[in-house]
Design a protein around this ligand. Structure first.
Ligand code: SF4
Length: 452
């Protein structure tokens, strides 16, 4: 079949914020880089520009690929329907939802891709051209991250990150050996932590000409324990780059590595998003061994990390089977006392493929009309054990209104900003408030659907 062009689509619901889309479509940038140079490829990001009108310009010689998280799968199905009406015959869907629940996507996608797709994507392109496409492509191995899908200059140019996106995304490690009952990471990225060669990271940053980034890594902090030599080599290399700052997810045991934290600060690391998850010690079984619900340890870890001039964003989840409404207010008290720079408080969400969802299915506790678009960590999608759905929603609203009030955001932002020397403050001002502002927007989605 003649291939006119490939269009890779990133769904989204945020739209532009102050003139830019929130984050670069990093996975699609890498997949687009695997497209041979003689084939036209475009990346469409729905947050940057609504894709529906553009879909209507496509036809049967175009190959459409869409990547989607669970939250985005209904929107993806709508995009597929529009493309099909326009004459497109091949809609390929991959991403975490297709990987975790392919049978849910097979109903309406022409081709379903599971796994990391670095090996299967080039084959899909060839099979399209040869008219030998299969309905399903499974990439079952975890790719060695060395040399995998380096960003091409063509893709870097077309993405135009600095002009169109607030946060450049970047990958250094992938996978997490923990097994938290609610997390999809080990099913999507594997339980073995993999590392990109330091030279490739430096080369990519320079070629993309970015001076700040957020890591897509599931739990970068584990590199401190699993391969401290790698972490040291990485930090020494990043120190030499003219970066304004970067941020990543981690767990609190990084506090036990003061030497690496010192190097991380010199490597321009700004803040760590630490998954404490819960202040309720009864939840320790669900937390995969990284966190035990014991606030005394949390206080010490936060103090030890901030001592190095690094910010700490606390990540917490509400709704475990031992949680009552009180845990939400205990979390807020804890966050204030501990001096967190920002905090994320989300509703536990039963994503496909997780032990938590399996348990809920067995106990018949999923709320039937809470479809995938409610899986945004701001909505209650199951029947909790120790509170009613209404009680959970009501208290969650109240505590989030307290946490994300403009006054509290300003207080936390100013405290985070004060950690920097005076001369660095202008450069750090945006980042000191943007994290909380982003979480306030996520929480606001709870009410965006309430009238529907
Ligand atoms: S430590 Fe974090 S990334 Fe790893 S399984 Fe738990 S929640 Fe997921």
């Amino acid at each position: 079949m003649e291939l006119r062009k490939i269009v890779l689509i990133q769904p989204g619901r945020e739209g532009k914020i102050f003139g830019k889309a929130p984050a670069t479509p990093y996975t699609l940038m890498r997949l687009a880089s695997l497209v041979p140079d003689d084939i036209d490829v475009e990346i469409w990001h729905h947050d940057w520009e609504p894709v529906e009108p553009k879909l209507r310009t496509l036809g049967k010689h175009d190959l459409v690929g869409i990547t989607a998280k669970t939250l985005e799968i209904e929107q993806t199905e709508q995009f597929a329907a529009i493309a099909r009406r326009a004459g497109v015959q091949t809609i390929v869907v991959g991403g975490s939802h297709a990987t975790l629940m392919p049978e849910d996507v097979e109903r309406w996608a022409d081709v379903v891709v599971t796994g990391e797709a670095y090996r299967t994507w080039p084959k899909i392109i060839q099979d399209f051209i040869n008219d030998t496409l299969q309905p399903r492509y499974d990439d079952t191995e975890w790719a060695d991250l060395s040399g995998v899908a380096p960003l091409s200059d063509r893709v870097i140019k077309m993405t135009d990150e600095r002009r169109r996106f607030w946060t450049p995304m970047m990958e250094i490690t992938r996978g997490c050996p923990r097994n938290c009952s609610f997390c999809t990471a080990i099913r999507v990225s594997g339980q073995k932590m993999r590392f990109r060669p330091v030279e490739e990271i430096v080369e990519e940053i320079e070629r993309r000409n970015i001076d700040r980034f957020f890591l897509t890594d599931d739990n970068f902090g584990l590199a401190f324990a699993i391969d401290p030599d790698y972490a040291e080599k990485l930090f020494l290399a990043l120190e030499k780059l003219p970066l304004r700052g970067w941020t990543t997810q981690a767990e609190m045991m990084v506090a036990k590595y003061p030497e690496l934290l010192k190097l991380a600060k010199r490597a321009h690391l700004d803040k760590l998003f630490i998954g404490f998850e819960s202040v309720n010690p009864d939840n320790r079984r669900e937390l995969g061994g990284k966190s035990k619900g014991q606030t005394k340890q949390y206080f010490e870890a936060i103090r030890d990390i901030q001592k190095h001039g690094l910010g700490v964003v606390g990540l917490f989840v509400f709704g475990f089977d031992s949680d009552t409404p009180k845990v939400m207010w205990d979390t807020w008290e804890f966050a204030r006392a501990a001096g967190l720079d920002s905090l994320s408080t989300t509703v536990l969400t039963p994503y496909p493929g997780t032990p938590f969802r399996d348990q809920l299915v067995q106990e018949n506790r999923l709320i039937p009309d809470k479809t995938w678009r409610y899986y945004d960590t701001a909505h209650v999608t199951y029947y909790p054990k120790m509170m009613s759905v209404e009680e959970f929603e009501r208290e969650y609203d109240r505590v989030c209104r307290a946490i994300y009030s403009p006054l509290r955001i300003a207080q936390r932002g100013l405290r985070a900003l004060s950690r920097h020397p005076l001369r660095r403050m202008p450069a750090k001002a945006f980042g000191s408030f943007s994290t909380d502002y982003g979480y306030r927007r996520t929480f606001a989605w709870r009410h965006a659907f309430s009238s529907q």
